[in-house]
Design a binder for this molecule. Structure first.
Ligand code: GDP
Length: 528
């Protein structure tokens, strides 16, 4: 393999969590270990505190073109780690789903007090679709959380994920005494500190019956730990790495991100077991990560909301070969050759022009409107990467033009914004009603604001009674056409012209599914 050395030192991942579980805090600690930042507090939360457009806009303006926080690259123990940021707000969950198509593994943060929450469930669904390897970090052990066995059971049942404890906590809340590392059999004593982990707080324990354990944590907790560990060892044994890599089993760590406790154990294991970039499926063939020729795809497009710099950055994930500055690559959808004189990388959190990039890397490309989510660049071959689906929106509204003189601007604006992936656009059959689908209400406000400020187009939204979009296929074209005609009010075409059924409720959807056995209803636009 030509680029074997480069490929084998890269780990590209994302941290996912329900808001407030501790994603930002954990990110910061990892960057501290990686030496990418020097002080705590350097990572700004991308959280939208109030449910307000102004808040979102302000964050976006401050972030400028937002590259520095979109991908954070750091080195640790000889590995090059790309941490892809995901938005904290649930209204932008689609952005997170797309980012998950560009990573090789994830770390899932769970709040030990709240357990599995809404966003956790949805994000894990996306991971399951792709069999993404997951490491779980149970955070906030310094708070009175749920019983640890109950919590693991809850996670296993609710997320349909088998867990494998790697460390085991001694109590929680104010009695939290530390974690026992089941793998290297050492005890790390808890000290509330933000500085980092202290070697002196680690005690190697060859034999759990050693009196040193009682001396460190007291008889009662020592005995409890002995019991717990016996039980866990009996149930779990050693971690099967292949099961982790295929997404079947998730190793679990306990800790407290804000105290930088239990984080290093996780990072050290991550380095050992997390996958390096792997081969990927395309519409034509399996693409081996080790191929000499370059290929990659766009998973995110970010517009700059600063009116003085109205440019966009398209984020490219390299999948094979070597990306090079100023070299011509083939833009498959547009069937033209393009090159980039200022591609960016994100080493040490500052934006830098890169000369080259390898599988697993993410490069920021200046875009003047050439890219859509899912676009592929190659050295000439025509294919697209599969597994980059669009998910059904959850809120649907009709786009109403408020200024007939600005129809062109509105159409251009909505077309570009939907290319960026801000929302999905559907056109109703038999009419020309434009239907915008989003995951959250905040996105509608963002669209309205951006249409007005960037395209001088005024619009309104009219709420529609739909709850889900299903993509339709059938071997019987006539039956499909008939269905679309009969259900005109509920039928639309997505941006690429694919037929979509807009269901009012689960009941309607189930009725149509059972009444139309010749038509397949798909919940993503990717038809397997
Ligand atoms: P995010 O929304 O997932 O990015 O969560 P943040 O990292 O912003 O954390 C949310 C809140 O939880 C902040 O106030 C953190 O200081 C706090 N927090 C994070 N980790 C811990 C922890 O281990 N223990 C406690 N008690 N609080 C924590």
């Amino acid at each position: 393999m030509k680029f074997e050395k480069e490929i084998n030192r890269r780990k590209t991942f994302a941290i996912i969590s329900h808001p407030d579980a501790g994603k930002t805090t954990l990110t910061e600690k990892l960057l501290l270990f990686g030496g990418a930042i020097q002080t705590a507090g350097a990572v700004k939360s991308n959280k939208i505190k109030k449910h307000a457009t102004s808040d979102f806009m302000e964050i976006e303006r401050q972030r400028g073109i937002s590259v520095a926080t979109s991908v954070m690259t750091f080195e640790y123990e000889g590995f090059l780690i790309n941490l892809l940021d995901t938005p904290g707000h649930k209204d932008f969950a689609e952005d997170t789903y797309r980012t998950l198509t560009a990573v090789d593994s994830v770390i899932l943060v769970i709040d030990s007090v709240n357990g599995v929450e809404d966003q956790t469930r949805r994000l894990m669904e996306v991971c399951r679709m792709r069999d993404t390897p997951v490491i779980v970090f149970v955070n906030k052990m310094d708070r009175d959380g749920k019983n640890r066995f109950d919590l693991l059971e809850e996670v296993e049942n609710e997320l349909q994920l088998s867990l494998h404890p790697m460390t085991w906590p001694i109590n929680s809340g104010k009695d939290f005494k530390g974690v026992y590392n089941l793998d290297n059999k050492s005890l790390r004593l808890f000290a509330a500190s933000t500085k980092g982990e202290d070697e002196e707080d680690t005690v190697a324990i060859e034999d759990l019956n050693d009196a040193v354990l009682d001396a460190k944590v007291g008889d009662r907790d020592a005995n409890q730990l002995r019991e717990d560990v016996e039980l866990i060892d009996g149930v779990y044994g050693e971690l099967n790495k292949a099961d982790y890599l295929s997404g079947k089993v998730a190793p679990v760590f306990f800790g407290s991100a804000v105290n930088n406790f239990g984080v290093q154990e996780m990072l050290d294991t991550f380095i050992k077991i997390a996958p390096v970039p792997r081969s990927r499926e395309t519409t034509k063939r399996t693409l081996s990560v080790g191929e000499d020729k370059f290929s990659g795809f766009i998973f995110k497009i970010h517009a700059n909301l600063d009116p003085k710099h109205r440019d966009r950055i398209a984020f490219l994930r390299v999948c094979s070969g070597k990306f090079e500055r100023n070299k011509y690559f083939h833009h498959v959808r547009l069937d033209k050759d393009v090159r980039f004189s200022n591609p960016y990388s994100f080493l040490a959190r500052s934006k830098e022009v890169v000369e080259d990039a390898f599988p697993g890397d993410v490069v920021g490309l200046f875009d003047t409107g050439n890219f859509k989510i899912g676009d592929t660049l190659t050295e000439g071959e025509d294919f697209y990467f599969t597994g980059i689906p669009t998910f059904s929106p959850e809120i649907f509204k009709e786009l109403v033009n408020k200024d007939p003189m600005k129809t062109k601007q509105l159409e251009k604006g909505i077309s570009q914004l939907t290319d960026e992936g801000v929302a999905q656009l559907f056109t109703q059959f038999g009419g020309n009603k434009k239907i915008i689908g989003c995951v959250g209400d905040l996105q509608f406000e963002v669209i309205q604001y951006r249409l007005l400020h960037e395209y001088s187009a005024a619009c309104e939204f009219r709420t529609l009674p739909f709850y889900k979009a299903c993509w339709l296929t059938s071997n019987d074209q006539k039956k499909l056409e008939d269905f679309l005609r009969f259900k005109q009010q509920n039928s639309a075409a997505d941006k690429d012209g694919n037929p979509v059924y807009l269901a009012q409720s689960e009941w309607f959807l189930n009725t149509e599914i059972s009444n139309n056995p010749d038509i397949q209803f798909h919940f993503t636009n990717e038809v397997q």
